[in-house]
Design a protein around this ligand. Sequence first.
Ligand code: FAD
Length: 691
Amino acid sequence: AQLDTLDIVVLAVILLGTAAYFTKGTLWGITKDPYASSLSNANGSAKAGKTRNIVEKMEESGKNCVIFYGSQTGTAEDYASRLAKEGKSRFGLETMVADLEEYDYDNLDQFPEDKVAVFVLATYGEGEPTDNAVDFYEFITSDDPSFSNSNEPPLGNLTYVAFGLGNNTYEHYNSMVRNVDKALEKFGAHRVGEAGEGDDGAGTMEEDFLAWKDPMWAALAEKMGLEEREAVYEPIFGIVERENLTKDSPEVYLGEPNKMHLEGSARGPFNAHNPYIAPIVESKELFNVKDRNCLHLEVDISASNLSYQTGDHIAIWPTNPGQEVDEMLNILDLKDKKDAVISVKALEPTAKVPFPTPTTYDAIIRYHLEICAPVSRQFLGTLAAFAPDEEAKAEMVKLGSDKDYFQDKISKNHYNISRTLSVVSGGKKWNSIPFSAFIEGLTKLQPRYYSISSSSLVQPKKISVTAVVESQLIPGRSDAFKGVATNYLFALKQKQNGDPNPEAFGLTYELMGPRNKYDGIHVPVHVRHSNFKLPSDPSKPIILVGPGTGVAPMRGFVQERAKQAESGENVGKTILFFGCRKRSEDFLYESEWEEYKKVLGDKFELVTAFSREGAKKVYVQHRLKERAKEINELLQQKAYIYVCGDAANMAREVNTVLGQIIAEERGVPESKGEEIVKNMRAANQYQEDVW
Ligand code: FAD
């Protein structure tokens, strides 16, 4: 590992600052500008030589515990960081967090016996690994992974711990952790504690994690002979004030995601690390009702090298609303310092600063942290030590340790972190929390995914988005809870439609972006390819089930079939089941379906289910059942069936109903019907895009 002189100076100063904090309790981690001359990019940790060898990496950085994560939306990564911090502060473990994508696995057989590997693995979509865990998963679950030695059993020396993040509404619940656990055991590795499983479907992820980790730590402490000590907050990041810089200095990041963006030379590949700042060229409201909104947006990718295929997802990178940014700055007593320039430095070589610096408090809070998200109960426990008075401290300890109390006071009200702090202290400022605690304790602001609602055959350079604006009335709370990305998009739509003061229900956004780089109407995006795809042969019949915004990719599919028909191709039967509350309120794309019908004729049929029109609620699965005979015949002609939208109820019921239809129509037992559906899934004849 090589440290350049500057890094050493910076680290030394940060360490001094940290010491100052622990001795005096106030001067926390903030040091005066140690930079003699400014750097164009002082971001990142000390530049340890980049190795893909985890055994070597741990050896050289003196670690005895690595926490690998497979994460798609940031939660697994977050849990990994939390385990790393807890292992260090409670048990003195030398922990590091590792992105599965950044290491090789063939030498896991050389993993030292006295160290431990933790796997925090999210399952994505249809039982798939997250993007960053694909290679690891393929390696470890293959019949004969090519380990570097020929030990027998190959992983006999490996001690591991496992936790999975899943959603029980999906068919392959927590299959990542289950399959990896099985594979590791098969190769002789020794698991400590239970392989934990968190369930997002039941909404208990955080509590499942908390309930799993305590017995796990106890078992691990026993196995490794660790002594528990009183946990004190130990920062992973140091904050350095950069007094010679202002927010107008060209090297200061004001929300730009990376250096290319800062320097105005952003270019592809555009991906989860590098968004394209795309113009929104059209936007409109799709609902016809006062209190609910659904947006249709057209994002132009023609000036980029981005491409998409029908059925893919677009990721929208949101910005936090100004009001929430202000509340956060206010409760932390950072209002006057919001534009102060700071560098964030990793205090140890294996930690990564999650955004580029030097930057400002305002930019970090606005562009990089999930400040509106649900609060972690464990995090409140950590913050208790920094409470402004004894009463607030006691309340934080109670919230951190009493699950039901926390549920009643915080979760039920959908409070975010600043609201929680404010409620706990009665508005008193929390001015002694090290800012690093938020960088470590809050998830990075995540892009939100949307099923593209256009066909790439029809409009290859313009991506359609269909997004329902997230707004929930919470009993006992005066203001409605508002989703981050969709309200941001709503404000963009207002601007695009000429509103001089665009906002979303009182929420305002920095719509011009950092340094006005989103001027005009621009939004940062990238594209994620999916497996939700039409059959390559257009003459195959298809059954589409897409109620609500689940109709998004179905619109793309029908658009594509209409275009194919227009070009003289033989297009198979296309039957779309759509459901919503009322024809007059939320019937998405009502007039467009008629246009497609004109082109496709008998080949296209739209079946609607309006749940709030008659005395009885009618949903798409009821309509499927009414059409049992026809559905079964289509399936026997090898029709493909696609389901998109609500994972928790709709997709599950459609699955059940389909099994019943097959059983009844073919005169086989229900269990056989279910098995046939399962096989259809395995053969990709049944595809889901659910969330
Ligand atoms: P967020 O702020 O992310 O909030 C989302 C939910 O999280 C809230 O409803 C609430 O339940 C919970 N939550 C957030 N903060 C708190 C808090 N403080 N306390 C308690 N609970 C909280 N949506 C569409 O409309 N159309 C699509 O085509 C579409 N396609 C998708 C495709 C995929 C593959 C995936 C994964 C999702 C898709 N979604 C789609 C959903 C979309 O990605 C977003 O989740 C949705 O738009 C909400 O985003 P948001 O930022 O507005 O809300």
